[in-house]
Design a protein around this ligand. Structure first.
Ligand SMILES: C[S@@+](CC[C@H](N)C(=O)[O-])C[C@H]1O[C@@H](n2cnc3c(N)ncnc32)[C@H](O)[C@@H]1O
Length: 258
C-alpha cells in the first residue's frame, strides 16, 4: 500500500500551517511538486521553506518535480478544458506514484491554502484510486484558505449575523450577485469583476475587502465603499501584477443591508 497525504499549506505565510499539517510533513518520504505559471519559482521557494522550517532536522525526504500540464487560458468550453487538464494531471500523478515511490512509502502533495477550495488535487487522487490500478490510501489535511487569510488580515467576520456567504469565482460573478445572498467571497478573478458593481445607483451600496499576496511580504490590503476604492484597487492590482509578473488576489464584497 502507498499512502498519499494531501496537505493544505495555507495561502502564503509559512506559519499558516496547522499542527496536523506539520505532523503530516514529518511522515512524508517523497514530495510531489507540480507548480506552473509565472509564480512557479516563488511558490516552489515557499514549499521548500515550509519543508525546511517544519520538518525535523535529520529526517530524510525527497522532492520530485513534474512539469504541470499546459492549460488553455481562453478555452471555448471552460469545463471541458478543466476536465482535460485534470486528466493530464492524473496521468502525471500516476507516473510519479508508479516510478518515484516504493510500496509502504508515503508521498505528500502540498496544496496551496486548503485542498477543498478551488483545487482539483482531491478529485484527481480520488479518480486515480477509483481506477483500481494501484493500492493507494489517501488523507486530506486542511490548511488556511485565502478567504480565511483575507478575513483575518482585514479583522472581519466573513458573514453578517445569521446570514449566508457565497464563495465564487470572478467568472461566475459576471452573472451578478448570487440570488438572495448579499456577501460574496471571490477567488480566481483575473478580470477585475468587482468593478461592475461599483455603480451605487445600479447595485446599491457595496463594500469591499480586497487582499493581494495575503500572508506574504508583498501583501496589499484595501477596503471601503466599492464606489470609493474600485479605481484604487484596479490601479494597485495592475501595478503589482506588472512589478511581480503575477498576482493572487481575493475579495469579499457585501451589499449593505437594505
Ligand atoms: C486555484 S485557487 C486556490 C485556492 C486555495 N486552495 C485556497 O484555499 O485559498 C487560487 C486563488 O486563490 C486566491 N488566493 C490564493 N492565495 C492567495 C493569497 N495569498 N492572496 C490572495 N489571494 C489568494 C486567489 O483568488 C487565487 O486566484
Amino acid at each position: 500500500m502507498k499512502t498519499i497525504l494531501i496537505i493544505g499549506i495555507g495561502a502564503g505565510d509559512p506559519d499558516y500551517l496547522t499542527v496536523q499539517a506539520v505532523k503530516a510533513l514529518n511522515r512524508v518520504d517523497v514530495f510531489f511538486l507540480m507548480d506552473k505559471g509565472p509564480a512557479k519559482t516563488k511558490l516552489r521557494g515557499l514549499r521548500e521553506e515550509i519543508c525546511r522550517r517544519h520538518i525535523a532536522p535529520g529526517r530524510q525526504y525527497r522532492l520530485v518535480e513534474a512539469p504541470s500540464p499546459p492549460r488553455d487560458t481562453r478555452p471555448a468550453d471552460y469545463l471541458a478544458s478543466v476536465d482535460e487538464l485534470n486528466a493530464a494531471k492524473q496521468a502525471v500523478f500516476e507516473r510519479m506514484i508508479e516510478s518515484e515511490m516504493k510500496d509502504g512509502e508515503t508521498a505528500g502533495i502540498l496544496v496551496w491554502g486548503d485542498p477543498m477550495l478551488y483545487d482539483s488535487t482531491i478529485r484527481n487522487i480520488e479518480a486515480l484510486v477509483a481506477t483500481g490500478r494501484h493500492a493507494i490510501g489517501y488523507e486530506v489535511i486542511p490548511g488556511i484558505t485565502a478567504v480565511q487569510a483575507l478575513a483575518a488580515r482585514h479583522r472581519i467576520p466573513l458573514n453578517r449575523i445569521a446570514e449566508p456567504v457565497a464563495l465564487t469565482t470572478g467568472r461566475k460573478l459576471t452573472d451578478g450577485f448570487p440570488a438572495d445572498i448579499d456577501s460574496v467571497a471571490v477567488l480566481l478573478d483575473g478580470e477585475d469583476t468587482y468593478r461592475r458593481f461599483a455603480n451605487a445607483e445600479a447595485y446599491g451600496d457595496v463594500e469591499i475587502y480586497w487582499g493581494a499576496y495575503l500572508g506574504t511580504p508583498d501583501e496589499i490590503l484595501i477596503s471601503g465603499r466599492l464606489s470609493d476604492v474600485a479605481d484604487e484597487i484596479h490601479r494597485r492590482r495592475h501595478e503589482a501584477r506588472q512589478a511581480n509578473g503575477w498576482i493572487m488576489d481575493t475579495y469579499l464584497m457585501r451589499r449593505r443591508p437594505r
